[in-house]
Design a protein around this ligand. Structure first.
Ligand code: Z5A
Length: 214
């Protein structure tokens, strides 16, 4: 099936600004008359949102193994790809997705230290031929990420999140993993300095996205 649309994914560690920038880019593209679809992972479909709850907040998830986590992330993804992403791309839409398979490589591969080749083959089974045209990797130092999360948590009710509860070493491995992944695919993965003010990040993203618009 011919895909006429454009598939852009946003990646990075917690609080790097993905949601903020996706909203701004969607608004800008919408104002230009483009058909835009914003999605998040895990989630984005009714089945995926249930899986998201199981992964993050369910009271039953305390004993979840890294292997189960890997498979659930990719069950959510397999559903999202077939139910939403492929039909949207066939229809010529611009799909903006908050995390995709690089998150699995970074969190389950590097973070949980699962075998990288096996993680890759699970991802391949989940996504088939559906791969991002562009991935924006919003890089922020760990201190910036921690400070943003602290500020956000001070204004919101506390909800237990199993993944966020991992230790510091886990998040250091995730950040290292992202660096390796971005360096390994410079054509697809574009490095964005997420520590700048919101408007400056937005401008840097627009410079990369604009030339790719179909
Ligand atoms: N995960 C996984 O392990 N494997 C996978 O395959 C996939 C996911 C797909 C999803 O969590 C979790 O699933 C995630 C990875 C794992 N776990 N962790 N930990 P989520 O969807 O709940 O959250 P997140 O993806 O980690 O994103 P986030 O924490 O919500 O952050 P964000 O979307 O990147 O940032 P934001 O919400 O736009 O901004 C955060 C705060 O900073 C907010 O208060 C903003 O107002 C502020 N902000 C944003 N930009 C700026 C700038 N430029 N300056 C100052 N302040 C800013």
């Amino acid at each position: 099936m011919k895909m006429k649309g454009l598939f852009i994914t946003f990646e990075g560690t917690e609080g790097c600004g993905k949601s903020t920038q996706i909203a701004l880019l969607a608004e800008r593209l919408g104002a230009l008359g483009r058909q835009v679809r914003t999605l998040r992972e895990p989630g984005g479909t009714p089945i995926g949102e249930e899986i998201r709850h199981t992964l993050k907040h369910s009271e039953q998830n305390h004993a979840m193994t890294a292997e189960a986590e890997l498979l659930l992330m990719n069950a959510s993804r397999a559903q999202l790809v077939r139910e939403v992403i492929r039909p949207a791309l066939v229809a010529g839409e611009i799909v903006l997705c908050d995390r995709f398979y690089d998150s699995t490589m970074a969190y389950q591969g590097y973070g949980r230290e699962l075998d990288l080749a096996k993680v890759k083959s699970v991802i391949e089974f989940a996504v088939g031929e559906t791969k991002p045209d562009l991935t924006l990797f919003l890089h922020v130092p760990a201190e910036v990420s921690a400070e943003r999360l602290r500020l956000r948590q001070s204004t919101l009710p506390v909800v237990r999140d199993r993944i966020e509860a991992a230790d510091r070493k886990f998040f250091e491995r995730v950040a290292h993993g992202y660096g390796v992944l971005a360096a390994g695919e410079p054509q697809r993965v574009k490095f964005v300095n997420g520590a700048q003010p919101v408007a400056a990040v937005c401008a840097q993203i627009w410079e990369v996205v604009q030339p790719l618009l179909p």
